[in-house]
Design a protein around this ligand. Structure first.
Ligand code: PHB
Length: 394
């Protein structure tokens, strides 16, 4: 067999060079492929509006960055979780296994989010929780790839307990849905209220997402506590606030609530909500350039007023951006990306916040009062409140 002639050699080199070029182009293309973000949020049921505003908030930040984070286009995938924990594992696997997303953003309901966290831990998929407060997500079930842009249930509950005790109330009753968010929020309230000299006389509950409050309201009227602490949200919160008023309790037994009772709901609650005091990591009229710009941008884009859910979605995108920017969009640099997310200071409409070592926001919890269609700022209930992160070992 003869050696290749010079011309054949040249041809071989040309082919090799072309193949090499193709490979390089392929690598560049792979780097620029869109990052897959999977939303798992409620699109139906009592929390549907909350899911909608989280998605809107997230997309607003991406839009403000020209449709890219860390130089990467974002491709969206979506699953309606129906706020149903029994379907949660199947639903999250649609995103992880079928769609093979890079990042999951979800959800609202604590029970659903706990199942998502388990699946994220097992598959090592990056998860950013833009609402659900289940304490274990940044506590006993924490993981390096699981972040929260919202709060732990303990946080607003604890702050409400500080406020209620500070007002001199001694005997409280609590009322909520009987699931993780309700139980843990009440636990936070009780911890601070009893530390401040009060006593929780009775915990009233009903199953999620029931709204037959009448028998429980009758019991409150009979017991006449100094204060009632409530956690409800979304459609259920609208009905509770109206029923509390219709039962005549608004005038006789003051309500101090976790802020979700009146967030995103004031238009529907109308006069029944006016004057309700609540604690949360956001207030509508925080008068800073950052919050004013955010609210304006949200209103222009969606013809609607932003609420806490919109803020949490927006900040989930900011947290992802912090990670992606640090690695110039190279999602394979996993450790550097996670570290940058954990160390980031997020310039949130609520005010700047950092993350605890357990990856939950360390943040001011505000006291707000419902006025018109706004939850107006009345002060800081607890400054820079960090969830204790109990049981987190990674
Ligand atoms: C929760 O289930 O963790 C939850 C749901 C709705 C809220 C807040 C927390 O508004």
């Amino acid at each position: 067999m003869s050696q290749p002639t010079p011309s054949r050699r040249t041809l071989g080199l040309t082919v090799a060079a072309a193949a090499c070029g193709l490979l390089l182009a392929g690598a560049a293309q792979a780097q620029q492929a869109p990052l897959k973000v999977g939303f798992m949020l409620p699109a139906t049921g009592t929390f549907a509006a909350l899911g909608d505003f989280i998605e809107k908030g997230f997309k607003l930040h991406v839009q403000e960055q020209g449709g890219k984070l860390g130089g990467r286009e974002i491709q969206y995938f979506k699953v309606d979780d129906e706020s149903d924990p029994s379907k949660a594992t199947d639903n999250v696997n649609k995103l992880i296994k079928r769609d093979q997303v890079d990042v999951i953003v979800g959800t609202v309901h604590s029970g659903v989010a706990l199942a998502m966290a388990r699946a994220a831990r097992e598959s090592n998929t990056l998860l950013i929780v833009p609402n659900a407060g289940a304490d274990a997500i940044t506590g006993a079930q924490c993981a390096k790839n699981i972040f929260r842009s919202s709060f732990s249930n303990w946080q607003p509950g604890y702050a409400a307990g500080v406020v209620a005790a500070g007002k001199g109330y001694k005997r409280a009753m609590t009322i909520t849905w009987n699931y993780a968010a309700g139980q843990e929020t009440v636990k936070g309230f009780t911890e601070a209220f009893e530390k401040g000299g009060g006593k929780v006389a009775k915990e009233l509950t009903l199953p999620f997402p029931n709204v037959e409050f009448q028998a429980l309201l009758t019991e409150i009227a009979a017991q006449k506590p100094d204060v009632v602490f409530a956690f409800f949200a979304g459609g259920g919160a609208v009905k509770f606030v109206k029923d509390y008023d219709a039962a005549g309790l608004k005038k006789t037994v003051p309500l101090v609530a976790s802020g979700f009772l009146t967030d995103g709901t004031l238009e529907a609650q109308g006069a029944s909500a006016q004057g309700i005091l609540s604690t949360l990591h956001y207030a509508d009229n925080i008068d800073t350039p950052r919050n004013n710009a955010f609210r304006k941008s949200f209103a222009l884009t969606y013809k609607a007023n932003a609420d806490v859910y919109a803020v949490q979605g927006y900040d989930a995108a900011q947290m992802l951006a912090a990670g992606l920017n640090a690695v110039k969009g190279d999602f394979t640099k996993r450790d550097a990306l996670l570290e940058a997310m954990n160390k980031a200071v997020i310039d949130s409409p609520r005010g700047k916040f950092s993350l605890s070592p357990q990856r939950n926001p360390v943040q001011d919890i505000f006291l707000r009062e419902a006025k018109g269609t706004n939850n107006e700022l009345r002060g800081v209930a607890v400054k820079a409140l960090a969830d204790p992160g109990r049981g987190c070992r990674s």
